[in-house]
Design a binder for this molecule. Structure first.
Ligand SMILES: [Zn+2]
Length: 228
């Protein structure tokens, strides 16, 4: 039985239907605490890092259903993400700002994503029409992906930035995202324990570490269940 508070654990133990327990022990562990996370760069193999950056390459799916994207040039991989986590991670766009927590794999060098916090959403737009010619009002023609637009009638040119665009609604909100519990490392701190670091950017500047409440200082203790 795992829990955050001693009294919850003892209460939960009493609800377990089994043969009577002879002894029980409560001990404090670093499970679910992010104790393994090093809150600094550089990214070195066999460490788990916590860093912020901008998405520099949007997510793409590779064989096996893994999702890969880049943050400040570092490759980040979400392995076989569940449907919901995949949808969220897959909705990242270049210029989104994120905080990544993940373990560094040496070869191929990548950061295995343990959780991600979306800090800022970039404005994403899509083209809805070619620009119109400032002289004759006719729709201009594209002369190639990166080339300026040109009016077939007057020969006037306009840059790509003159095209009519509309913003695309983002299917992602600011906040933390994590894989389902079955795909998590036992040291990974679940988001539900991170309430203290979720609300604001300021709060999350502190390393997200679980602090036992003072009343729980006596965690390391041995007890015996009464059999009454
Ligand atoms: Zn024209």
């Amino acid at each position: 039985i795992r829990g955050d508070h001693v009294k919850d654990l003892v209460g939960a133990l009493r609800t377990v239907r089994s043969e009577p327990a002879d002894r029980w022990l409560i001990f404090e562990t670093n499970q679910g605490t992010d104790d393994h996370v090093i809150s600094a760069l550089p990214i070195e193999p066999s460490t788990t890092v916590d860093f912020r950056g901008d998405v520099t390459r949007g997510p793409r799916t590779i064989t096996g259903g893994h999702l890969i994207f880049s943050v400040d040039g570092y490759e980040v991989t979400a392995y076989e993400p569940s449907k919901q986590f995949r949808e969220k991670v897959g909705s990242l766009f270049p210029e989104d700002r994120v905080r990544v927590i993940g373990s560094v794999r040496d070869s191929p060098r990548t950061v295995n994503l343990e959780k991600v916090q979306v800090l800022h959403l970039a404005e994403v737009t899509r083209k809805i029409a070619n620009p119109t010619c400032p002289q004759c009002g006719k729709r201009m023609k594209s002369m190639g992906r990166a080339a300026p637009y040109r009016c077939a009638r007057c020969g006037v040119r306009r840059p790509r930035s003159a095209e009519a665009r509309e913003s695309v609604p983002r299917r992602l909100s600011l906040g933390w995202y994590e894989p389902p519990v079955g795909s998590r490392r036992h040291l990974s701190k679940p988001l539900q324990r991170m309430a203290d670091s979720v609300p604001s950017e300021k709060a999350s500047l502190e390393p997200a570490r679980f602090r036992a409440p003072e009343s729980d200082i006596s965690l390391r203790s041995i007890g015996r269940l009464s059999r009454s």
